[in-house]
Design a protein around this ligand. Structure first.
Ligand code: AHR
Length: 338
């Protein structure tokens, strides 16, 4: 369910999230969340059908496919006619995809900004054109465009917290002693920036732990494998890997095996996403743990849009809660894999 604090501070429970609950996603906003003055935002019509643009960043991993599917699946129920685009991993293409949606005068634009800064100006362009925007999954740089003022809201996980949870697990699993290789996500993405910050902050407080190398694998399995191959040669002393997503961790596992080492024994891995592939690797003992990052934003975006169209207040961040999987609980949670 989504819990929206009312302006009086009490909580209003928003219904119609049965779909979200089916896929195991919950979202909430603390009572302290400040509401911006939303009067400057473009209005959203309550008509159906509503023409809704969804501008995907790329479709190169199960997480992205699950995210796109959640919008396709909710469209009919929500009365949305979808205009779908795929930027193929290019921030510039995502900008031009959204420009085209603005030119088509869609009623609402929803998208995960591939990178924090390059995608901020297009949010302002949509606002100027009178089209409301909901950001999902990743956010834009708040100094360039602000949630609640320039776009309706950001619906997504707390990426800093995900990085902290991954680090906390690794500290315990290694007894506070590790030489870590970090495989970062796409450069400039809020998911990569914040997951790095959360993890690094915890590691810095543990004298026996150090990050010996850190490089982007662009959230892709193959790039993760290639980067890991190179870093393994340069740093044979590595004892742990922190990957910003499951796909890069799976690529790293392939590289570790190819180098004649045993993932899960010689090198312990921790990651983020909770994909089916990641959960299978935990069950096989090759991956230590994965912090879930839910991709099922379609039902949440639908509810937020309907609420906003009715003139009800929407918080600037609809925070998604994430599960955590390790060998203790992975078997019982397989139904949440995607
Ligand atoms: O922004 C979320 C991240 O983007 C997911 O962890 C990753 O798999 C995706 O590409």
């Amino acid at each position: 369910m989504i819990l929206f604090p009312t302006s009086a501070g009490s909580r209003l429970v928003l219904n119609a999230l049965s779909l979200a609950l089916c896929v195991g996603i919950t979202a909430s906003v603390g009572a302290s969340a400040a509401y911006a003055d939303q009067s400057a935002l473009p209005k959203l019509s309550a008509k159906t059908p509503l023409r809704v643009g969804f501008a995907q960043t790329e479709s190169n991993n199960p997480w992205r496919l699950a995210e796109t599917k959640s919008f396709k699946d909710v469209a009919a129920k929500c009365g949305w006619q979808m205009v779908l685009t795929d930027a193929g991993g290019s921030a510039a293409k995502q900008v031009s995809d959204i420009q085209s949606m603005i030119a088509q005068h869609v009623d609402l634009i929803v998208f995960p900004p591939r990178e924090e800064k390059p995608l901020a100006p297009i949010v302002l362009q949509a606002k100027k054109a009178g089209i409301p925007v909901i950001l999902v999954d990743r956010d834009v740089d708040q100094s360039l465009a602000k949630a609640g003022r320039d776009y309706i809201t950001f619906i997504g996980s707390d990426f800093i917290n995900q990085g902290q949870r991954a680090a906390d697990w690794l500290v315990t699993a290694t007894g506070g002693k590790a030489k870590i290789i970090e495989l970062e996500g796409s450069t400039g993405a809020s998911a990569a920036n914040d997951r790095k910050k959360g993890f690094n902050d915890v590691i810095a407080k543990n004298a026996g732990m150090s990050i010996i190398a850190s490089q982007s694998g662009d959230f892709s399995r193959d790039k993760g494998r290639q980067v890991m191959e190179t870093l393994l040669q340069a740093h044979p002393e590595v004892t742990a890997v922190y990957a910003h997503n499951d796909e890069m961790a799976l690529g790293a596992i392939a590289a570790i095996k190819a180098a004649g080492k045993q993932p899960g024994k010689d090198i312990i891995l921790v990651t983020i996403d909770g994909t089916k592939g990641g959960m299978d690797a935990i069950a096989a003992g090759e991956l230590g743990a994965s912090v879930q990052s839910s991709p099922f934003f379609g039902p949440l975006a639908c509810d937020v849009a309907q609420k906003f169209a009715k003139g009800e207040a929407v918080p600037p961040w609809v925070k998604v809660s994430d599960r955590f999987y390790d060998k203790q609980n992975v078997a019982q949670n397989m139904q949440y894999g995607y």
